[in-house]
Ligand binder design. Structure first.
Ligand code: BDR
Ligand code: CA
Length: 312
């Protein structure tokens, strides 16, 4: 079976780390590169975490350092969820390789211009790198097959009542991406708060018995603390956001989605960083986004466990 060519743009981050495990462990992707966004932590830390997690799971692909901060705004980090290092539990791993010497924007441009076919981009952090790429290389936009991202929400936020972290951190970048005319799949909080991992799932990952399973379980035990204290609606579960953007590419039938027109609020006094999803098509605009709002949780956990099982 032909693998799906992808560039992954992420800010590990515990759920980003699980996303990378799913992407590599599934064996279904031709990962051309991983680029790093500043988000859950600073660029220095998300880059270091990316090199470490890829080394841990035995994935040696080109890694490119991304932008240091959002396009117009100061950096916002999410250390309340992901800790001081951005990926609590990875500190002991020594990276087996170094990042590339050119930037993420240049790396994406080089890969897209040299590739025979189109490539899907999977962002699971703030969209700064992707927007900077689109601004710098508009001629290469047509080389992108689709953008499958984690971010936003139809009816809810987690940084403000309406804004989700990845969009809130760099709304101008997100606005550029959604308006680019590229097909987007949006896995926002509506679906990711149904993509929940419970203690029994963490135990299942640990019981796989390999070092990736142990790392996944350790990451999720730390990550779950925030959710158990702050999202009691999830009944002890933690929203495992980022792997959804990869899972949709593996099996879209596992999700419920709706084609909608989506734009990003960059100025609102109360709503900056909100994804404005025209769920009922009141604007009568052509949809630009496949918006995911539900998932088969049991299948999602099985997909993750199968991927982890095939890793070192
Ligand atoms: C998003 O923010 C980060 O905390 C996670 O890694 C995820 O990408 C969820 O709002
Ligand atoms: Ca992330």
């Amino acid at each position: 079976m032909k693998k799906i060519p992808v560039i992954i743009d992420c800010d590990p981050g515990h759920d980003d780390a699980l996303m990378l495990m799913l992407a590599f462990g599934s064996g279904l992707f031709d990962v051309k590169a991983v680029t790093t966004s500043a988000g859950n932590q600073t660029q220095d830390k998300t880059l270091a975490n990316t090199l470490k997690i890829l080394s841990l799971i035995g994935a040696n692909v080109p890694v490119y350092r991304g932008c240091e901060k959002p396009i117009f705004r100061n950096l916002v980090i999410d250390d309340s969820v992901h800790g001081e290092s951005g990926l609590h539990g990875i500190e002991w791993v020594v990276p087996a390789f170094q990042p590339e010497t050119i930037s993420a924007v240049e790396g994406i441009a080089r890969i897209l211009s040299e590739s025979e076919g189109k490539i899907t981009i999977v962002p699971t952090g703030p969209l700064t790198n992707i927007a900077a790429f689109l601004l710098a290389f508009p001629n290469l936009k047509d080389r992108i097959e689709r953008i499958s991202l984690m971010g936003g929400g139809i009816f809810r936020g987690n940084m403000t009542p309406l804004a989700e972290f990845n969009i809130y951190a760099d709304p101008e970048a997100a606005a550029i991406v959604f308006a680019a005319g590229i097909p987007v799949t949006m896995c926002g909080l509506d679906v990711t708060h149904k993509a929940v991992v419970f203690q029994k799932d963490i135990d299942l990952f640990r019981a796989i018995g390999n070092k990736s399973g142990e790392a996944a379980a350790n990451f999720l035990e730390f990550y779950s603390r925030f959710y158990r204290e702050n999202r009691i609606e999830l009944e002890g579960g933690a929203a495992l956001h980022d792997p959804c953007a990869i899972a949709w590419l593996i099996n879209p039938d596992m999700f419920k989605t709706k084609s909608c027109y989506v734009a990003v609020e960059t100025k609102g006094e109360l709503t900056s960083g909100a994804t404005v999803v025209d769920f009922y098509n009141v604007l009568k605009k052509a949809p630009n986004t496949e918006v995911a709002y539900d998932i088969n949780r049991e299948e999602y956990i099985k997909m993750l466990a199968d991927a982890i099982r095939s890793l070192p």
